[in-house]
Design a protein around this ligand. Structure first.
Ligand SMILES: [Zn+2]
Length: 430
């Protein structure tokens, strides 16, 4: 047993001091004061205790791309960021489009992951968009279905996949990108791409496919979740779809909230991601969309790459940046410390609301819930230094930024998944 004393939890949006008793995988008691002689006691001395975060969008790269990242490192990186549940995307080798392929990934998760990992199954075979994945044999073992990394181009393929997903009671989680509109772009098509004389990806490349898909989802009656929304038009389409009663939800990534095209200082591949950093207007629409509930949750799109794939020009670099280890702290620094979001609002976007929209039994700190929690020192700050990441990926454009609100201890199902050695010495408790 582990007794966490003097931590502060959010109760109706207010921080209150509570003791939390953890036994095996569960929280068994939360009270003002708990005395228990058998438990190992850890004094949190006023630090914030949050439900463990849930990230529905990570690239853990294994099996197939272990030179970029693997499950051992990615899960530790996620735990360090306060995540206790993560959903690895299926753009792997082999692609988990049947049970045999998925089993390879499940076995590595079982062996190496320090947090709960619920993988996706692919929508189409090999994510090639030509033939359906084996939905029936995957359904009991996957979180949802996605072809993330690319859009499903064929409308009928998406429509039929949605009908199958609806029957199986799973969500279709879509990376929306119309290939005919990419136009060879490597960043957002806007003011900054013109200044840097680089080919741009227009906003319609994303929004057009979302518009198609919400109508398909309406016809199919499936839960349709949009990945990494990045444009103001996407927000508008989703808002209208929700108003029409269509079962659509969506996520936004920290980098699209924090940065926009004008923050890209030069032709540097470290700033390349898909979807790209859009205009300031788009960024403002994303923040407004979160505040008015059009955008449901935050997900990182943690996308590690090897140095040789990112230390290149915009044209040549791979798409994606890492995010697991800095997501909460960056958002806390930019939005909570500045008074734009309350702490409660941010925490829910990364935990309770994620569980709610996908019907997961996680995301809350309460008696009899899983002991998935993260202890955060809201006063502590650090400077982002990729050399100190637990992820194998070093690809972040935010090197040298000062962030506040640093996770110092993460428990996943009652087990220590991450601890800051300088803050906590937990020897006997595992
Ligand atoms: Zn994607």
């Amino acid at each position: 047993m582990l007794l966490l004393k003097n931590g502060k939890i959010l109760e109706n949006g207010v921080l209150v001091s509570k003791d939390i008793l953890v036994k095996d995988k569960k929280i068994i008691k939360i009270e003002d004061k708990i005395e228990n002689l058998e438990a190992e006691v850890l004094d949190l001395s006023g630090k914030f205790v949050s439900p463990g975060f849930i990230d529905v969008h990570v690239h853990w790269r294994e099996p197939g791309f272990e030179y970029k990242e693997n499950i051992y490192h990615a899960s530790r990186a996620a735990a360090r960021g306060g995540f206790t549940t993560a959903m690895p995307m299926p753009n792997l080798d082999p692609v988990p489009d049947n049970y045999e392929n998925l089993k390879l990934q499940l076995d590595i998760i079982e062996r190496d992951s320090v947090i709960r990992a619920l993988p996706y199954g692919a929508i189409t075979k090999g994510e090639q968009g030509k033939d359906y994945a084996e939905f029936e044999e995957l359904v009991d073992h996957v979180f949802a279905f996605s072809d993330d990394g690319r859009g499903v181009q064929d409308a009928n393929m998406m429509y039929e996949s949605m009908m199958i997903a609806a029957k199986l009671n799973k969500a279709i989680v879509a990376h929306c990108e119309d290939n005919s509109l990419i136009r060879g772009g490597c960043m957002h098509c806007g003011r900054r791409s013109r200044e840097l004389e680089l080919p741009g990806i227009p906003s319609i490349c994303e929004s057009v496919q979302i518009a198609r898909d919400v109508l398909l989802a309406e016809a199919a009656g499936c839960h349709y979740h949009v990945c990494h929304v990045s444009t103001k038009e996407s927000v508008r389409v989703i808002k209208e779809a929700k108003a029409a009663g269509i079962k659509v939800t969506c996520e936004v990534c920290p980098h699209h909230l924090i940065s926009d095209e004008m923050d890209i200082p030069e032709d540097n591949g470290m700033w390349k991601m898909n979807p790209p950093l859009r205009s300031r207007e788009d960024r403002n629409a994303l923040i407004a969309g979160l505040l008015d509930g059009t955008i449901d949750i935050i997900a990182t799109d943690h996308a590690p790459h090897a140095t040789h794939e990112k230390d290149l020009t915009m044209r040549k670099a791979a798409f994606g940046i890492v995010g697991s280890e800095t997501a909460f702290s960056q958002l806390y620094t930019k939005f909570v410390k500045t008074g734009i979001f309350s702490l409660d609002f941010l925490v829910k976007l990364m935990s309770e609301k994620v569980a709610d929209i996908f019907g997961l039994p996680y995301g809350k700190l309460e008696e009899n819930s899983y002991a998935d929690l993260v202890v955060i020192d809201l006063e502590k700050s650090l400077i982002i230094d990729p050399e100190k990441f637990l992820s194998k990926g070093r690809n972040t454009p935010y090197i040298g930024e000062k962030i506040y609100g640093i996770p110092v201890l993460t428990l996943s199902e009652g087990k220590v998944a991450y601890k800051d050695e300088e803050v906590f010495d937990i020897y006997s408790y595992k």
